[in-house]
Design a protein around this ligand. Structure first.
Ligand SMILES: C[S@@+](CC[C@H](N)C(=O)[O-])C[C@H]1O[C@@H](n2cnc3c(N)ncnc32)[C@H](O)[C@@H]1O
Length: 222
């Protein structure tokens, strides 16, 4: 399937959205990123960096953020925040075993084959290197979940449907614009271990009782 940089058409909108309407979600997902990544030194690849909104969080922990994204529109904003490269997350222009850390934030539902991307992460990490995944919560966020009657969240049978869709309860959000692939919880966890990474810790965050963000920390053995 040809890769389409779906965010090119929405980059200016996304730049405003993450610091405007979605600011609380951006803040909470950033807190999970900081908690799981922790302090460190050396390069941290901000995989699918978008507009570079995570660069400050990564840098504040002592890491040197480097961004990769498929969308030149998103990268136009990101260049003001971190050094970037235009590349596909599944085929990184990065030497094998070279990076101490990789973070992928709010991007797994944009990728048609997330397990392949996690395998690529495992390739570029050096032994002992950290991988932090932060994404929409696979159990409670997706086309299968309706949040319009908060604090109740209605989850239906489409949880089992892994296909791409632009269906979304909120027509003003990201997913109604660019669509999403759904990765059920078991698939997500299995992608990490199948890539040869050692799962270390998970963390959740939500606006009330139900979590809408899930974060994972895994390490490359060695
Ligand atoms: C929802 S945005 C998240 C951006 C940023 N990480 C954040 O936390 O706001 C998802 C990003 O993934 C990028 N993306 C989608 N497919 C990609 C691919 N195959 N390779 C690299 N980046 C990709 C998009 O261009 C977009 O910038």
């Amino acid at each position: 399937m040809p890769l389409i940089a779906a965010y090119d058409a929405y980059a200016d909108w996304y730049e405003d959205y993450v610091s405007g309407k979605a600011a609380p979600y951006t803040r909470r997902s950033g807190e999970l990123l900081a908690d799981l990544l922790g302090a460190g030194a050396g390069a941290c690849l901000d995989l699918c960096c978008g507009t570079g909104v995570r660069a400050a969080t990564i840098g504040a922990l002592g890491w040197t953020p480097l961004g990769v994204d498929l969308s030149r529109g998103q990268l136009r904003h990101a260049t003001a925040r971190l050094p970037v490269a235009h590349a596909d997350a599944a085929a990184l222009p990065v030497a094998t075993g070279s990076l101490p850390a990789v973070a992928c934030v709010l991007a797994h539902t944009d990728l048609p084959d997330y397990p392949a991307v996690v395998r690529e992460v495992a390739r570029v990490l050096r032994p002992g290197g950290r991988f932090v995944h932060v994404g929409v919560h696979p159990c409670f966020v997706g086309a299968f979940a309706d949040w319009s009657d908060r604090p109740r969240v209605f989850v239906d049978e489409r949880y089992a449907d892994r296909s791409y869709t632009t269906e979304a309860w909120d027509p003003s959000g990201v997913r109604a614009r660019v669509g999403a692939w759904h990765v059920p919880l078991a698939d997500l966890l299995n992608a990490v271990t199948a890539a040869g990474l050692r799962f270390v810790r998970a963390a959740e965050s939500g606006p009330g009782g139900v979590a809408d963000v899930l974060g994972l920390l895994a390490v490359k053995p060695g």
